[in-house]
Design a protein around this ligand. Structure first.
Ligand code: F6P
Length: 548
């Protein structure tokens, strides 16, 4: 396998980065009035502006050469064809099949997965209709008022993020609750709001072995059967989504209440499968389908658009440019739409669990930075919290700004204030303000020289901080589908360029294994003397504090 660093396109970018590190975007804008036109892409419902990056058209050409050298087109074809590109787990990666709505068979390892997908979608549709129409009753004959989704990681973040994002599209049939934390506080708080006669629990776990989810599901089942004084009523209040039917049945879920998923759907890419059942219950199956259609529109764009106009490809190339070549260590996700308040948490798992790795496909240590840490918050709240750091710290944090032209829930006078901030922030991050400008401004305001000398250095903004702007027409099932799929494919392309196995997550296993052992010690009150002294000390102290 050709090492990335030996590619001429990689080496050219390394050299080019040295020049670009000393280039200010403000000058690039001044030199080229067409910069926005050249470095932005208009999709039917989304504008992607990447002109506020430290790139010139030549940089983009070099990045596209890298993409070509990394055979993005071939890898993309392999993914869509169902080749086992998840090599360490020997699995296909086919979340795209969940939204391609094709009538013809799609064979994966000899099995028609389109038939499986449509059977599960029909099951979801019928179930949603029964529950939403009130035909599905709880054990005492009442209709369902509350849905509790129990799951963690990919079995929680996607459904919860989208439920929140599409809240204006919910017809309010149900109070929606999500439980992910094994800290009993969360489930206790949810359970005390519920009437056992009118609640439906969805246990979402691809593996049906995840400790947090199993513990919460057991607590919920106990609570329900204690209230009803009857275990035969479970079928009216518990359904499961899982690729492990055997475990779900063992747990006590009726077979007809199990919605299937498959090992070719990765947890963090699974909201398009039956893992999205809470979304479908909340907004109705037809609108859930629109979400799938939105994702499929981007799948088609990703497949068909040339690399130079391909939004996910460009997003990935810019991430590699900013991180691997220019040295940024983190990236902020800054939505300006209240409904996207969970987007950064969602993308954190999607990108960091996928590409937060340091060996290549061959298992060799890579000698370049891979992905940045992903963090963020609603932009407008961030402005009053951490934007100080974005504007003036020594660390450069590239950021994605995401906003909408129209509010789904307009309130007189709010949207323009919101969006004025949205546009102003990327402008400020790009252009900054020089000491000379600061001094002139203070002088104009009548400040004396000693005040100006003292304050001016603190008011300088160096600028030149890269941002992407993603401007949507409005939040809708379709546009949310668009948005998420753009990031999914970005992550895929990033992984190919960096030669990272994007679809496994071995890094979460060690902690789980150790936690299982330590849990036994917590139960027995013993401390294994083989632990390091810190862990021994902490556990002994924990036991001692229980006794106090
Ligand atoms: O955190 C590890 C992980 O395996 C994620 O990849 C996954 O989304 C989550 O746990 C939940 O897994 P499951 O759906 O099997 O309960």
């Amino acid at each position: 396998m050709e090492a990335r660093k030996s590619l001429p396109s990689w080496q050219a970018l390394e050299q080019h980065a040295d020049t670009m590190k000393n280039t200010h975007m403000k000058d690039l804008f001044a030199q080229d009035p067409e910069r926005f036109e050249k470095l932005s892409i208009k999709l039917p419902k989304i504008l992607f502006d990447y002109s506020k990056n430290i790139v010139e058209p030549q940089t983009m050409d070099m990045l596209f050469s890298l993409a070509n050298d990394c055979h993005i087109d071939q890898w993309r074809a392999k993914m869509f064809a169902g080749e086992h590109i998840n090599t360490t787990e020997d699995r296909a990666v086919l979340h795209v099949a969940l939204r391609d709505q094709l009538d013809q068979p799609k064979l994966l390892d000899g099995v028609d997965i389109n038939q499986q997908i449509s059977a599960t979608q029909q099951q979801m549709d019928a179930f949603c209709q029964r529950v939403r129409s009130g035909q599905w009753k709880g054990y005492s004959g009442k209709t369902i008022t509350d849905i509790v989704s129990i799951g963690v990681g990919g079995s929680n973040l996607g459904p919860q993020m989208v439920t929140e994002a599409l809240n204006p599209y919910s017809d309010g049939h149900f109070n929606m609750h999500y439980v992910s934390n094994v800290d009993g506080t969360q489930i206790a708080n949810v359970l005390k709001q519920l009437n056992p006669e009118t609640v439906l629990f969805i246990v979402s776990s691809k593996t049906f072995t995840t400790t947090e989810t199993m513990t919460n599901a057991h607590t919920a089942m106990q609570w329900l059967t204690d209230a009803a004084q009857d275990t035969s009523i479970i079928a009216k209040h518990f359904v499961a989504v899982s690729a492990n039917k055997t475990n779900a049945i063992k747990f006590g879920i009726e077979e007809q209440n199990i919605f299937n998923m498959w090992d070719w759907v990765g947890g963090r890419f699974s909201l398009w499968s039956a893992i999205g059942l809470p979304i479908a219950l909340d907004i109705g199956f037809d609108k859930f389908k629109e979400l799938l259609d939105g994702a499929n529109e981007i799948d088609q764009h990703f497949l068909d658009a040339p690399l130079t106009e391909n939004v996910p490809v460009i997003m990935a190339l810019l991430s590699v440019w900013n991180t691997t070549f220019l040295g940024a260590q983190s990236q902020a996700i800054l939505p300006y739409d209240q409904s996207l308040h969970m987007l950064s948490a969602y993308l954190q798992q999607a990108e960091m669990e996928s590409n937060g790795k340091s060996v290549n496909w061959q298992g060799e240590k890579v000698d370049y930075p891979t992905v940045p840490s992903i963090w963020g918050e609603l932009g407008i709240n961030g402005q009053h919290a951490f934007y100080q750091y974005l504007h003036q710290s020594n660390n450069i944090v590239p950021a994605d700004f995401i906003g909408s032209v129209e509010s789904v829930t307009p309130v007189e006078g709010h949207h323009e204030t919101l969006m004025a901030n949205f546009f102003a922030q990327t402008q400020a991050l790009m252009q900054g303000v020089t000491e000379q400008e600061v001094r002139a401004d203070l002088k104009m305001r009548g400040r004396d020289d000693s005040y100006i000398d003292k304050v001016a250095p603190h008011k300088v903004h160096v600028g030149n901080r890269p941002t992407n702007t993603i401007l949507m027409k409005r939040i809708s099932p379709r546009s949310i589908g668009n948005l998420i799929a753009m990031y999914e494919h970005k992550i895929f392309v990033q992984g190919i360029i960096l030669q990272i196995c994007s679809f496994d997550q071995w890094g979460v296993e060690l902690g789980k294994t150790l936690a299982n052992k330590i849990q036994q010690e917590l139960a027995s009150g013993e401390v294994n003397p083989k632990h390091d002294s810190s862990t021994q000390g902490l556990l002994s102290h924990y036991h001692a504090m229980i006794e106090q």
